[in-house]
Structure formats: structure tokens, C-alpha cells
Ligand binder design. Structure first.
Ligand code: SF4
Length: 286
């Protein structure tokens, strides 16, 4: 598929561009690609490298996103591409998030048609997931507009690391989101994800007011699973809304992290701590 010119960037002196899609703000000279692997300076203009590139496509139960309180029992056609603006050492989708992948070229019209054909099998729309959808922005935006025109729902499963301006522009077309809140410790985000906590909190506050939102925290032994941390996390979520669903999911060793998996009983105890402040706490990967 032809390269698609990116939205949200500035030209500086000469041919350098600065991307304004996510908080990294990559400054790219001609030929350079952003931290996300998905945007490149081509002759002084910024282009999306993954527009229309689908590396994974499946009709999933909505609960698998995970979304527990949005059309329960339905299915959603789920699509992903490649690239991510985080570099989590525990990534469970690292094969498509941390390197460019071939996949299939698909137009927004073709993806929406595939979603419509699956309505008879319980499909309610399109989920942008598997890799990070915010850095698939131009394609997700075009699909989301076309899907809404056909009466389909749009779901984002995201790390929340996107600037406010592009998120606000996409939100009118987004019906539901699952946003990762990996930790309340800014050091965890810097160390494990190579990103910052603050913009993720901003995204959660914004989106929780404008669409159905649920949150996911992957609990990793010794990293973000102390009682104090789960208490601080649930307190912050409750400050946004005590009705905001929180999924506490059990990590398993993957990519570059070999820490052993947490015992189920420990996860259940941590969930009880979160329930002291939140109405809807779910345990995942048990
Ligand atoms: S979206 Fe990609 S290119 Fe743009 S600032 Fe973020 S990591 Fe850099």
C-alpha cells in the first residue's frame, strides 16, 4: 500500500520534522523512523508506515479485550498492525509490537466490510488491538469514521500514550476503550516502558468522561504488585470514578522478562484490596 502522510507533525528548519502524535515528540531527519517504528521522515514529510497493514485479524469475544461491561456476550472483529511507542520488557505481543512485520494490506472499506459480514456471528464492530493502535492513528481514524457510518462500534485497546489533541479528534468515533494503567510509579514507566506516567493518566481522565472505559493493570511480581501500590492505584482510579472497571491480570514470563508467574491466591488478595475503593474489579489470566 502507498505510504500515507501522517497527521500531527511540525516541520522545523530544513527537512527535520517533529512528530506530535505521542508524548515522545520524535525529531526525525530524512530517512529516520520514530521510536514506534511506524512513522518515518520521507523527504522532509512525516509518513505512516503501517497504514492499512494488518498483521493479525480475529473475531474475538468482547471479554477478551478485556471489556466486561460493554455489550457482554458479543464478539468484535479485532485487528492489529505493527509497532509500539512503549518498549515494555514484559510485552506479550512483542513479535508485532517491537519489529516491522509484513501482514496484509487492507483498505478501511475492506476492513469495515469484513466487520459487517461478521455481524451474523455476533460482531458489533471493530477493535484496534494486538499492537498499539494510537501509533496506527491515520488508519484507525479512517476505519473508525467508516465503521460509524455503517452503525458499527469502535473499540481501542491502548497504552494511553497519546497526546490530547489527536485523542480528542478520535474520541467522537470511539465507543469503548481498554487503557493500560501499568503502575502508579513514574519510575516503573521510565524503567520498563521507556515512557512517562503523566500522559497516560491524562488520557484516562479524558477518555473516561467521553466513552465507555475500562482499565487493565498487568501485575508483575516484585515490580508493581505490592499492596501499597495496588492501594495507590485503586485510590487514583476511584478519584476518576469508583465505577471505572479495573482488570488486574496475571503476568506470565514473556519477551525479555523471566520473573516467575504470580500465585493465583495472591492476585485474588490484591483484587480484594482494589475492591475497597472500586465497584468493578476483575481478575484476568487466572
Ligand atoms: S508516534 Fe511514533 S514517531 Fe510520533 S512521537 Fe510517538 S514514537 Fe515518535
Amino acid at each position: 500500500m502507498a505510504l500515507k502522510q501522517a497527521k500531527y507533525y511540525d516541520k522545523t528548519d530544513g527537512e527535520t520534522v517533529v512528530c506530535r502524535l505521542c508524548p515522545h515528540g520524535c525529531r526525525l531527519k530524512p530517512g529516520q523512523t520514530g521510536i514506534c517504528l511506524a512513522r518515518q521522515n520521507v523527504n522532509g514529510e512525516l509518513y505512516s508506515l503501517n497504514y492499512g497493514r494488518v498483521t493479525a485479524l480475529a473475531l474475538d469475544p468482547i471479554e477478551k479485550k478485556p471489556l466486561k461491561r460493554f455489550h457482554p456476550g458479543s464478539a468484535i472483529l479485532s485487528a492489529g498492525s505493527f509497532g509500539c511507542n512503549f518498549k515494555c520488557s514484559f510485552c506479550q505481543n512483542w513479535r508485532i509490537s517491537q519489529s516491522e512485520q509484513p501482514g496484509h494490506d487492507v483498505t478501511p472499506g475492506e476492513l469495515v466490510d469484513a466487520a459487517l459480514k461478521a455481524v451474523g456471528a455476533g460482531n458489533i464492530g471493530l477493535a484496534y488491538t494486538y499492537n498499539e493502535p494510537s501509533i496506527w492513528y491515520e488508519f484507525v481514524y479512517d476505519c473508525a469514521v467508516a465503521a460509524h457510518e455503517k452503525g458499527l462500534k469502535n473499540v481501542l485497546v491502548t497504552n494511553g500514550y497519546i497526546r490530547t489533541e489527536p485523542m480528542e479528534a478520535l474520541l467522537p468515533y470511539v465507543d469503548a476503550m481498554n487503557i493500560d494503567l501499568k503502575s502508579m510509579d513514574p519510575g516503573f514507566y521510565r524503567r520498563q516502558c521507556k515512557g512517562e506516567l503523566g500522559p497516560v493518566l491524562d488520557t484516562i481522565r479524558l477518555c473516561a468522561q467521553n466513552c465507555h472505559a475500562e482499565l487493565t493493570t498487568l501485575l508483575i511480581p516484585g515490580e508493581n504488585d505490592s499492596k501499597e501500590e495496588v492501594r495507590a492505584l485503586s485510590e487514583w482510579v476511584a478519584s476518576v470514578s469508583p465505577k471505572l472497571p479495573l482488570h488486574l491480570t496475571r503476568y506470565h514470563p514473556d519477551y525479555r522478562m523471566e520473573t516467575p508467574q504470580m500465585e493465583r491466591e495472591r492476585l485474588f488478595k490484591l483484587a480484594d484490596i482494589a475492591r475497597e475503593r472500586l465497584e468493578y474489579v476483575y481478575c484476568g489470566n487466572v
